[in-house]
Write a protein that binds this ligand. Sequence first.
Ligand code: SF4
Ligand code: SF4
Length: 127
Amino acid sequence: MANPIVKCAVDQCTHYMPGDQCMAAKVSIYNEETSGNSKKSQDTECKSFHHRKTMGDMIGAFHNANIGGTLSAAFLDGTQVTPVVECFVNNCKYWESDNLCNARHIDVSGVNAAKTTDTDCSTFEEK
Ligand code: SF4
Ligand code: SF4
């Protein structure tokens, strides 16, 4: 199954881990507009973003946490942790049926993000 390595710079997210890794078990990339016609990466978003405000939020995020993978991969043997990616941006050149992404890796960005629409899949390229 196609699944890109996720590199994420959104350090305001509860799933963010130093090293620009994402510790979510799964992330969902969407068009910001429900019309579903992203023209540029800023039109896309990571719907799995969860704003890190309090410790309560940290705990709340654990329902979607790749804890086993995080501990074994990131801390013990140093390999990259990466979530399963589902993507609904079907006019991206990397999109594949069944909501898969066939890019080798994706970059998720969003400086000082406070909501999902502040995040982007920077790897998006219009088909
Ligand atoms: S913004 Fe998305 S890709 Fe980045 S850490 Fe959060 S859930 Fe993971
Ligand atoms: S590169 Fe394209 S297909 Fe892959 S997650 Fe980003 S927007 Fe979706």
